[in-house]
Design a binder for this molecule. Structure first.
Ligand SMILES: *[C@@H]1O[C@H](CO)[C@@H](O)[C@H](O)[C@H]1NC(C)=O
Ligand SMILES: *[C@@H]1O[C@H](CO)[C@@H](O)[C@H](O)[C@H]1NC(C)=O
Length: 234
């Protein structure tokens, strides 16, 4: 979810990157991810990317409407952090398929908000209330084969599709005010079951949201002049 908001606020431009020709394709891919990490953490004027970690949003509304996940949330002064701390556990460039095989780990993603209102449920777990919100997602690991494609402007490398994507979450901690009387109960339920539920239904979640996720990641990738690097590997 975080990624979706973050990338919404970027706009198009081109990047200049410097990749050594003699590196192996996998090392080149790792360098690209370091360029993205730098842009996420420090922002990039050149590429018109704001600082995305931490990312501050004064006001945002979520509206998820799906049979197993129905949630309306209105957040004020939200801060999202941890996106730039990803670890690239595995990346394998598949030249013939123009794809990468990827395992990416986010050790800790934090979402905090001064004031929120929320109503809904995720897989039968009711989430409602208002007040301060803090969720901490531990060890979100994403695995996928990702097919790449050239952007319309002929400059950037975009995601064409995810093949067999999956993810897991080790733990979600919540320190959120729901309803004064039941804060600790709901926070404990979140801690005990939410990560397990989300992991168990990960394929369903990805299937439901993969086009949206792809779109937002591509809005980010479209800012970077990376095609010439990828094409040098082909
Ligand atoms: C952010 O910029 C600083 C100063 O230029 C640099 O030392 C640091 O490595 C950059 N951060 C990342 C993640 O690249
Ligand atoms: C969201 O919160 C803001 C600030 O409290 C409020 O002005 C706005 O009306 C809320 N939006 C909805 C849809 O409730």
């Amino acid at each position: 979810m975080k990624i979706l908001f973050l990338i919404l606020f970027t706009s198009a431009t081109r990047a200049t990157t410097d990749v050594e020709k003699f590196l192996s394709p996998n090392a080149v891919m790792r360098q690209l991810f370091e360029i993205f990490r730098n842009a996420i953490k420090n922002g990039s004027k050149e590429n018109n990317v704001p600082v995305l970690d931490p990312f501050v949003n004064l006001q945002n509304e979520f509206n998820i409407d799906h049979p197993n996940m129905r949630l309306f949330a209105n957040l004020t002064n939200s801060v999202y952090s941890g996106l730039g701390d990803f670890q690239l556990k595995k990346i394998f460039f598949l030249k013939e398929e123009l794809a990468v095989d990827l395992t990416l780990l986010f050790p800790k993603l934090i979402m905090e908000s001064d004031n929120y209102q929320m109503k809904g449920y995720i897989f039968g777990l009711p989430l409602f209330g208002q007040g301060r919100l803090r969720f901490e997602v531990k060890d979100l690991e994403i695995k996928s084969k990702i097919h790449l494609t050239l952007s319309e402007n002929g400059i950037a490398t975009l995601i064409e599709k995810f093949e067999n994507p999956q993810f897991s979450v080790r733990k979600i901690l919540s320190n959120t005010e729901f309803d004064e009387n039941i804060d600790c109960i709901i926070n404990k339920i979140v801690k005990d079951v939410l990560a397990t539920y989300i992991t168990r239904f990960n394929k369903y979640i990805i299937h439901t949201y993969s086009e949206t996720i792809k779109h937002f990641i591509n809005v980010f990738l479209d800012r970077f002049d990376t095609w010439r690097i990828i094409s040098s590997l082909l």
